[in-house]
Design a protein around this ligand. Sequence first.
Ligand code: XMP
Length: 326
Amino acid sequence: MENNKRPETMARINTPELARQFIDEQVAAVRAQVGDKKVLLALSGGVDSSVVAALLIRAIGRQLVCVHVNHGLMRKGESEQVIDVFRHQLDANLIYVDATDRFLNKLQGVSDPETKRKIIGGEFIQVFAEEAHKLDGIAFLAQGTIYPDIIESKGVKAHHNVGGLPEDMNFELVEPVKLLFKDEVRMVGVALGLPESMVYRQPFPGPGLGVRCLGAITRDRLHALREADAILREEFDRAGLTRQVWQFFTVIPDFRSTGVRDGKRLDDWPVIIRAVNTVDAMTATVPELPWPVLHTITDRILAEVPGVCRVLYDLSPKPVATIEWE
Ligand code: XMP
């Protein structure tokens, strides 16, 4: 526990120079710890695991084995970005596992939110463990633990994050950013040359789109949700809102609503826009988004996303409403 405490003398990493200094120190420390052995990392594409991956690639190159599990509940383009940045730009030793069918089959007909979370979390561990068992000579496990994880959950990586690890994996841990706060991790990520869209990515729940496709997940609604979410993100980017709003996403309920298209009545899905500002996710407020931006998003979703006939903006603060819908 001793080296899990941030020394009071440790300077806040708030300049590129300090970030570079931290990287140099950690590169040396990781090399000393790991030697010529192999290190395994579950790379979700989130800020913390991405920064750890980039740092370890700098320290030990292809001795790091990254496993990216696509559970089929990622946002549009996310797994592709992981492959592009890590395999193509940083020459990482990256194993990509498309487990979409496996997850969606397990989730078929399951509508209870906590059961969905358990299935997604459990299946993730299973898939990761299977990949790990195929590999020879792994001696270390790297984790994107950050200081708030240590303070909040006694050293366990964010308790409700998917990405817990199999219990039979007795590897020694490599946790190079465990004493850093989130803003410092981001500084280090930028200094390592990771794209801003990755380093400043908004929080994304471990179960991903699984808890935004309400009730029992179906492939058609999941597709509509992903496309609508991509439009929302594109239009937020265009309007300069991406870094101003803490978290924003779309939700698709599991009931239909009446619409009319080309003179014909239809029963299609509504899509809900959720956008919140918060400091710690315990309470949240809803920003006043510019009306024209909401109109553009609505028009584009209705024109471009099959099966959607209605778009709503959720005005509920937390409390009483939680940020996610389920
Ligand atoms: P709520 O909905 O509880 O969300 O107001 C607070 C924050 O937590 C995120 N969240 C999750 N993150 N696994 C995660 O890793 C989950 O199961 C989960 N549920 C909610 C949510 O996106 C928000 O940032």
